[in-house]
Design a protein around this ligand. Structure first.
Ligand SMILES: C[S@@+](CC[C@H](N)C(=O)[O-])C[C@H]1O[C@@H](n2cnc3c(N)ncnc32)[C@H](O)[C@@H]1O
Length: 256
């Protein structure tokens, strides 16, 4: 069966059309929220890799529009939602859009500037590379997106904040889990029912941001700058792992 006819038989595809979501992915975020209550108390959010915009629509409908409709809400109290993607997307009420590559340190700086010193409560990242079918390569590129997301997280997420990131399940999933555990006290791998069983995607739901003592967000930022240069790409794996291993050691030394 072709992709188009498979899509038309898909319940979430049809539901998305009926409810005016730009993509069926909206249900993944809605179902993650049903399970983990990720929107509670959230006022400042970043949506990384947001196009065509169904997650941003969820953020707008769940956070921005209710606040706007509440009679006593002043402009400065309205939620701040910043969405970023390589692709342009049609406007969504209450969502500030930035077009750029999240693995580029300059783009991360633009997002950070929108926050103007205040912190985000939630960062979501549904980023996916153009899948090549070469599993190791796809997993590697996906891990670069997670690293970029984590870099932005370390600059703008408040302590106690949440990070939701799409991952590709593979041989390095437990390593990734341990790496995320260095920054968050709770990490759960979720597979919402709207995520197709045939897909290797899952979502890391990271709660209670608490970076290791002595961690400087500049470490990851420098790494991202390095990834942006052709010679830096070669040692990405080593540098990424080195940073995490050093911090893992610090944590282990402190707890033993
Ligand atoms: C699965 S789609 C996101 C769907 C979106 N969450 C929604 O609900 O509409 C993945 C997106 O990741 C974006 N992307 C991939 N690599 C990126 C990068 N390096 N920087 C910014 N966006 C990127 C792609 O352009 C694509 O729009």
């Amino acid at each position: 069966m072709g992709k188009a006819s498979r899509d038309k038989r898909d319940i979430y595809y049809r539901k998305a059309k009926e409810e005016g979501w730009r993509a069926r992915s909206a249900f993944k975020l809605l179902q993650i929220d049903e399970e983990f209550n990720i929107f509670e108390g959230v006022k400042h959010v970043v949506d990384l890799c947001a196009a065509p915009g169904s997650w941003s629509q969820v953020l707008s409908r769940k956070l921005y529009l209710p606040a706007k409709l509440s009679t006593d809400s002043k402009d400065q109290d309205l939620p701040l939602i910043v969405a970023i993607d390589l692709q342009p997307m049609a406007p969504i009420e209450g969502v500030i859009q930035v077009q750029g590559d999240i693995t580029n340190a300059r783009t991360a700086e633009v997002v950070i500037r929108h926050f103007d010193g205040c912190k985000a409560d939630l960062v979501v990242c549904d980023g996916a590379p153009d899948v090549t079918g070469l599993h190791d390569m796809d997993e590697f590129v996906q891990s670069q997106l997670i690293l970029a997301g984590l870099t932005i997280v370390t600059h703008i997420l408040k302590n106690g904040g949440k990070f939701i990131a799409k991952i590709f399940r593979g041989k390095d999933t437990s390593l990734l889990y341990c790496q995320l555990k260095l920054f968050f006290t709770e990490v759960t791998l979720a597979k919402p029912k709207s995520s197709r069983n045939s897909s290797i995607e899952a979502f890391a739901v990271c709660e209670n941001y608490s970076p290791p003592e002595g961690f400087s967000e500049k470490d990851l930022h420098r790494l991202l700058e390095k990834v942006g240069t052709p010679s830096g790409a070669d040692d990405l794996g080593i540098s990424f792992l080195t940073i995490f291993i050093l911090h893992a050691r610090t944590i282990l030394t402190n707890t033993l």
